[in-house]
Design a protein around this ligand. Structure first.
Ligand code: ATP
Ligand code: MG
Length: 298
């Protein structure tokens, strides 16, 4: 929170006229803004939802208030956290009317973590929104009423490059792209990187948070080769943390639990603890402007 606010303050100051700088600095500080991260990859089954759930839980356990937005009609992030998908509501209502967001948010079993659940009715809503002029700004509008309540907002996107990922890219700060450690790992990556680039026209602050290697099998020589190749191509964009393949990660959602609740000593849990640490560390240091880093150290 502390660092995110400062970051926002610095960004706002960069474009503020000098004469009114003191007033605008004060007002920007008074309006804390969450860090918004979208989990996206149009390729299916690469670990977007597993990462969204377990990273959100990790962030909340690190003491930061977090909202998980389920933007996928499959509603896997919702059911994976034990939220019953009984009737339309959640992100469906919030996308129709920002006045509904507050009521549509549901607390989870984890302290500090709330969720805006999904429902299969989002499929129909996506069709209905196609005819509206502000169709790509719906999520941005939906999050405004609740944004001061959270330090982090994670958005679990569906496996497409359709309207919902477009909504996420328009309002988020960065996109975390999980890819599976397999032969086709790089397939589609160029496409989503291009899509992020294209979305910068409407959201100039947007950047790639990183690429996350998932379902890694340490005993497989081939998996190591894939990981090496991805790192060779993408360099620092690739997170150091790697999520291993672990059956406990596949079992946990069927119990409506995150891995840290279901099997806290598993290697899958260790993978997500490492990822949470790395992400929070990158937020606090690597991607802050030099001036802000100096302030933090003072
Ligand atoms: P979709 O594109 O359909 O939304 P996704 O990218 O969100 O899929 P997940 O649902 O997170 O992917 O994962 C796909 C499947 O793989 C799920 O059954 C999940 O439980 C399992 N899974 C994810 N990560 C791991 C892992 N590290 N080890 C073992 N199983 C995993
Ligand atoms: Mg998913």
């Amino acid at each position: 929170m502390f660092h995110v606010e400062r970051y926002m303050d610095t960004r706002a100051r960069a474009s503020a006229p000098q004469a009114i700088e003191p007033a605008s600095r004060t007002s920007v500080r008074e309006v804390p803004r969450p860090k918004i991260i979208a989990l996206a990859n149009q390729k299916g089954g690469v670990g977007k939802t597993t990462t969204a759930i377990n990273l959100a839980v990790g962030i909340a356990l690190a003491g930061k208030r977090c909202l998980l937005v389920d933007l996928d009609p499959q509603a896997n992030a919702s059911s994976g956290l034990g939220i019953a998908i009984k009737r339309r509501g959640g992100s469906h209502f919030a996308l129709i009317s920002p006045d509904s967001t507050e009521q549509a948010i549901v607390p989870t079993m984890i302290d500090g973590l709330d969720i805006l659940p999904s429902h299969p009715s989002l499929v129909q809503l996506e069709r209905e929104l196609q005819g509206t002029s502000d169709r790509e700004r719906r999520l941005q509008m939906a999050l405004i009423p609740v944004s001061t309540r959270y330090q982090y907002i994670l958005i679990d996107c569906p496996p497409s490059l359709g309207l919902f990922p477009a909504n996420a890219f328009l309002c988020c700060d960065s996109v975390l792209i999980p890819i599976q450690c397999e032969y086709y790992a790089m397939e589609g990556l160029a496409q989503i990187l291009a899509d992020v680039e294209k979305s910068k026209r409407m959201n100039s602050c947007l950047r790639v948070e990183g690429v996350l290697l998932t379902m890694f099998e340490p005993e497989s020589v081939f998996a190591h080769e894939v990981a090496d190749e991805v790192r060779t191509h993408l360099g620092e964009l690739v997170y150091d943390s790697i999520v291993p393949r672990d059956v406990a990660l596949a079992e946990a959602p069927s119990h409506g639990k995150a891995i840290l609740q279901y099997a806290p000593r598993s290697r899958g849990a260790r993978g997500y603890v490492e990822l949470t640490r790395e992400l929070l560390m990158r937020q606090n240091s690597n991607h802050l402007p030099e001036e802000t880093k100096a302030n933090d150290e003072a």
